[in-house]
Design a protein around this ligand. Structure first.
Ligand SMILES: Nc1ncnc2c1ncn2[C@@H]1O[C@H](COP(=O)(O)OP(=O)(O)OP(=O)(O)O)[C@@H](O)[C@H]1O
Length: 255
């Protein structure tokens, strides 16, 4: 499924947060959104997830969700949002409970997503027994269980240390390479953006406008951070972001 945004603008009371966003989120690709603090990245993601409506402009969904889709627009958050009293399989199974599925179908979906996220051996563990990286793997497994049309990820790796982030990026790349999915990925981290994004949308400081859309053609599975082409993309993105970030920072400090 594809999402199109046409002339999307938004304000909270007097504060204009987003201005004239025109964007296509193509099917089967990962769209990263980067931009300085407070430029409206999470707000844009909430519009795409239908959690909020923009004050101006339209969002359109084109195409149909995949077969077996139980929740078309599914979020993965930074803080994992796991129920502490439920096991790994219990947390994943939670999102299947309101659907007409037999217990065999549920068990099969849970086994499949735990295998895809390398969590099969941890099915009966509780969240408190897991590292941060493992908890986020559970959140990814739970999101995959509903076979979403679009995966909406709001800084999913930013609570993790840098080595764990690397591992989780590898996991996302291998999940996508086996079965391409459509995703929108909000991040502050330009390395994550060049590693995972097929298109990288750079927003200006608030009110967020599209500064540039950077395409990265290289296949996800062949990308490494030592690759000079990717390093060039990274430096180009940082060049776009630096002045905006500095100005946004000054605005926060001086109110
Ligand atoms: N419900 C709300 N009511 C009023 N203002 C809001 C609301 N939600 C967000 N804002 C404001 O809108 C602006 C954009 O917020 P948003 O969280 O979308 O930015 P962001 O780019 O995701 O920021 P960050 O990178 O810091 O997470 C901020 O100034 C924020 O304070």
């Amino acid at each position: 499924m594809e999402i199109r945004l046409d002339q999307v603008s938004h304000q909270y009371d007097e504060v204009v947060v987003l201005k004239n966003i025109c964007l296509s989120v193509p099917s089967g690709r990962i769209t990263c959104i980067v931009g300085p603090s407070g430029c409206g990245k999470s707000t844009l993601l909430r519009f795409m997830g239908g959690l909020e409506q923009p004050t101006h402009g339209t969002l359109t969904q084109l195409g149909s969700p995949p077969d077996g889709c139980l929740n078309a627009l599914t979020y993965i958050f930074q803080d994992f949002a796991l129920l502490p009293w439920r096991t790994v399989e219990g947390n994943v199974g939670l999102v299947l409970e309101d659907h007409r599925l037999s217990s065999a179908q549920r068990a099969s979906i849970i086994a499949d997503v735990l295998a895809r996220t390398n969590l099969s051996d941890f099915a009966t563990a509780l969240p408190k027994q897991l590292s941060g990286g493992m908890k986020q793997r559970v959140a990814i497994a739970r999101a995959l269980a509903v076979n979403p049309a679009v995966l909406l990820m709001d800084e999913p790796l930013s609570a993790l240390d840098s080595q764990t982030r690397e591992l989780l990026m590898d996991d996302l790349v291998s999940l996508w390479s086996r079965t391409p999915f459509t995703a929108v990925y909000v991040t502050h981290n330009l390395q994550e953006a060049v590693r995972l994004g097929h298109q990288i949308v750079v927003l200006s400081r608030r009110p967020g406008r599209i500064h540039e859309i950077v395409e990265v053609d290289q296949p996800l599975e062949t990308r490494t951070m030592t690759d000079p082409d990717l390093q060039k993309k990274h430096d180009h993105l940082w060049g776009l972001m630096r002045e905006e970030a500095r100005a946004a920072d000054a605005e926060l400090v001086h109110g």
